[in-house]
Ligand binder design. Structure first.
Ligand code: PMP
Length: 390
């Protein structure tokens, strides 16, 4: 890994784990299964990816006879990833030892946690927290400690993080741009994070699946570009978010060779390798950088369109600096708890949203719900019409 400077290697260990599973993502499923709902709480196949991607996978990808791809991923795709990361963040990872193609970000996150967290280890996460982290931590016997992203701007409190760090802290998980809040970590936040972990063996897991979706000219502060954090980080990204192919379930991680070697010890036995034709198609598709560079403008237009629609409703909009999620307070509409409000909105109004309390370990409820605007314009308009009547 060629970066501006380098911290010492992070000590690593490897032992076996006992799986368990929790599901915090299904609270609205029954209400959403009725097909007359305007599904606006999560991404559906609402805008098609470029035809080019499908042509490549059909013509080139499947034409090859395909044995198992290499465990770390097809060399063509690893090269394309390394080139993209170097162009964007200035750090050139080694194609052989510092990048691994994964079956989406969810697998990457669980694999990274299983590689580094042992029973009794503590992992600091920020609440509201993306739903897969805590079940993954608990699956391997770790303990999640919650730092708060402060409502309503959802900025991290680094003094609180400092208080949560103990000799048992093994990992800190950050996510920027952030699901569900649409908030961002800034360069200053990365400095504070670097200060927090300096002198420890804490591994930083950085979930950057929305790395290309930032608005109003903001630049993504990637862990990859931070000279002190990149050498102690595993950075996760997802092609699903970047190329509108969430159902393909393909992503990647980059990180220093010592950490990547541990990551691959787990990857080898929970996935081994990822669908080959998709990898070749993506390697080809990535050659045109405008495809990821134009994503922010694409979603910024959708965000502005959707916010204009919501401005005509009683919802109070929170800032949305990145991702395709829009938070809104419904205090002017109802005093129901957010789960009940989300269910009512889904069943009675026909617009499905996610209650933000499900992203908190303690169920904290600020009367805020999450909309997803990664939708066709007509879907957003239909939602706007229903919400205007509230
Ligand atoms: N991290 C975050 C913050 C996400 O929002 C998502 C998808 N909702 C994932 C990880 C998982 O991505 P993938 O579909 O590639 O597994």
């Amino acid at each position: 890994m060629v970066a501006a400077s380098r911290a010492g290697p992070i000590p690593v260990t490897s032992r076996t784990v006992t799986p368990s599973r929790a599901d915090v993502n299904s609270c609205l499923l029954p209400a959403c299964q009725d097909s007359c709902r305007v599904l606006i709480q999560s991404v559906t196949a609402s805008h098609s990816s470029s035809d080019a991607l499908y042509r490549i996978i059909l013509m080139d990808g499947f034409r090859h006879w395909f044995p198992y791809p290499p465990m770390a991923g097809m060399p063509e795709l690893r090269q394309a990833i390394v080139d993209k990361v170097a162009a964007l963040y200035g750090t050139r990872f080694d194609v052989e030892s510092e990048v691994t193609v994964t079956a989406g970000a969810t697998q990457a996150i669980l694999t990274a946690i299983a590689a580094f967290v042992r029973p009794g280890d503590e992992v600091i996460v920020f609440a509201p927290v993306y739903d897969s982290y805590v079940p993954a931590i608990e699956t391997v016997g770790g303990k999640a400690l919650f730092a708060q992203l402060k409502f309503p701007d959802y900025a991290p409190d680094w003094a609180q993080v400092a208080q949560l760090i103990t000799p048992r802290t093994r990992m800190i998980i950050v996510n920027s741009p952030h699901n569900p809040t649409g908030s961002l970590l800034t360069a200053v936040d990365l400095e504070k994070l670097a200060e927090s972990v300096r002198g420890s063996d804490i591994v930083v897991l950085s979930d950057e699946v929305y790395e290309h979706i930032l608005f109003d000219g903001e630049r993504h502060a990637s862990l990859c570009g931070h000279p002190e954090l990149a050498p102690r980080g595993i950075v996760v990204s997802s092609f699903g978010k970047t190329y509108h192919i969430t159902g393909w379930k393909i992503g990647y991680v980059v990180g220093p060779a010592a950490l990547m070697a541990e990551f691959r010890k787990v990857h080898q036995f929970n996935v081994f390798t990822v669908h080959g034709p998709s990898q070749l198609a993506l390697a080809d598709y990535m050659q045109d950088a405008s495809r990821h560079l134009k994503l922010a403008a694409f979603y910024e237009e959708k965000r502005d369109f959707f916010r204009a629609l919501l401005a005509e409703t009683p919802f109070e909009l929170l800032p949305c600096r990145g991702t395709y999620f829009q938070l809104a307070s419904y205090k002017a509409i109802s005093d129901l708890p957010d789960r009940a409000f989300a269910e009512w909105l889904t069943r009675e109004v026909g617009v499905a949203v996610i209650p933000v309390s499900v992203f908190y370990g303690d169920g904290r409820d600020d009367c805020v719900v999450r909309f997803c605007f990664a939708k066709k314009e007509e879907t957003l308009v239909a939602a706007g019409e229903r919400l205007r009547r509230l």
